[in-house]
Design a protein around this ligand. Structure first.
Ligand SMILES: CSC[C@H]1O[C@H](OP(=O)(O)O)[C@H](O)[C@@H]1O
Length: 349
């Protein structure tokens, strides 16, 4: 079974990121030499996907600590705060970013100004990275088992955005379930929403699945209802950027409408996300900050104007699916069926 591509690499004490803005046409890495470059890469979506953002930010803290220690040997801890804040401000919705920064801060808090921080922080960043890959493989197994239990015959699924090795430390969340389900011959075909406006589906998911030899068809986001009506889709399987204590889930714009359509067509809806995507401090999805990006992402593609000049454009890039429309939340710690606050607390505390 393929693990996908390596979107994030720590090489010679620098962070190499596969520039996802250029895929599928070019697979080129950029090198981040300092934490500001990592923050910019997250904001510009060189690297994107909730877990991948967290992993990248963790390595960004290593770069920040190296710089702070070399400039302020006996006072590096006080001088790293600004760099961490810059990383925290890179994108607002994926809670994995803040979860990773908090984990790195907790290691910083155990260190002395007099001791070089590099190895302790690099070890933690690498732990965050490897734990994410392990979590994805566990979720892939759990999600595929749940799908297998729902049908005696193979079926098709719909997925949205990109939740593969490009969006994570490796292997993927929803695409991890698809990789397991394909391997187990439970999933016979994948419909990949193109996912306007940034086209994570057509540019990234279709690319990952085609490379894996997994049967995939690219479709417009607006074709999803028509596809569901044909009857061979049994599950919609997606990722998440933040899941609140009651089981509401923020994910790429268009996920909420997929959930409504799935419920209407009697199709199951699965959200796959590691526990680092769960934010138990928020009581409901209404409290999740929804990132709005420039309207130019709608009005043009690669400098080709698609809409009238100066047209007003509204570009929220996430929406929130209420828990009542979710049949299963799959995490590495287990599965929550028909999520509620009590069920989320029982599994994730
Ligand atoms: C494995 S979570 C990936 C998650 O992140 C994507 O958003 P973006 O591409 O803007 O970072 C999308 O919501 C995916 O479901």
């Amino acid at each position: 079974m393929s693990s996908g591509v390596e979107a994030i690499k720590w090489v010679d004490n620098q962070l190499e990121l596969l520039d996802q803005r250029l895929l599928p046409g070019q697979a080129l890495y950029i090198t981040c030499k300092d934490s500001t470059e990592v923050a910019d890469a997250i904001t510009q979506m060189v690297v994107r996907g909730a877990p991948a953002i967290g992993v990248s930010a963790a390595y960004g803290v290593v770069l920040a600590a190296d710089a702070a220690f070399s400039e302020h040997q006996q006072a590096w801890k006080a001088n790293i705060a600004e760099a961490i804040e810059t990383l925290a401000n890179s994108r607002p919705t994926a809670v994995n970013l803040f979860w990773a920064l908090d984990r790195m801060q907790r290691v910083i808090d155990t260190l002395e100004d007099s001791s070089p921080p590099h190895q302790s922080l690099l070890d933690e960043a690498k732990n965050i990275h490897s734990e994410d890959i392990a979590a994805n493989k566990q979720m892939g197994k759990l999600g595929a088992e749940l799908m297998a239990a729902s049908s005696d015959t193979p079926f098709s699924v719909i997925t949205h955005c990109n939740t593969g090795s490009l969006a994570t430390g490796g292997f993927g969340t929803a695409l991890g379930v698809i990789r397991h389900g394909w391997d187990a011959k439970i999933i016979k075909h994948v419909y990949a929403d193109e996912t306007r406006p940034w086209l994570q589906g057509s540019r990234l998911t279709a690319w990952e699945l085609q490379r894996d030899g997994i049967s995939v068809t690219l479709n417009t986001d607006s074709a999803a209802a028509h596809i569901m009506k044909q009857g061979d889709v049994r599950w919609v399987v997606v990722g998440a950027d933040r899941i609140t204590a009651n089981g509401d889930a923020a994910n790429k714009i268009g996920t909420y409408s997929l959930a409504v359509l799935a419920r209407y067509h009697g199709i199951k809806f699965m959200v796959v996300a590691p526990s680092s995507t769960v934010d138990m401090s928020l009581s409901s999805g209404d409290l999740i900050p929804i990132e709005e990006r420039t309207g130019e992402e709608l009005t043009s593609i690669k400098e080709v104007q698609l809409a009238p000049e100066n047209i007003a454009a509204f570009n929220p890039v996430f929406d929130v699916t209420p828990a009542e429309l979710i049949d299963a939340i799959v995490t590495e710690q287990g599965v929550v069926l028909n999520p509620t606050l009590d069920k989320m607390k029982a599994l994730l505390g």
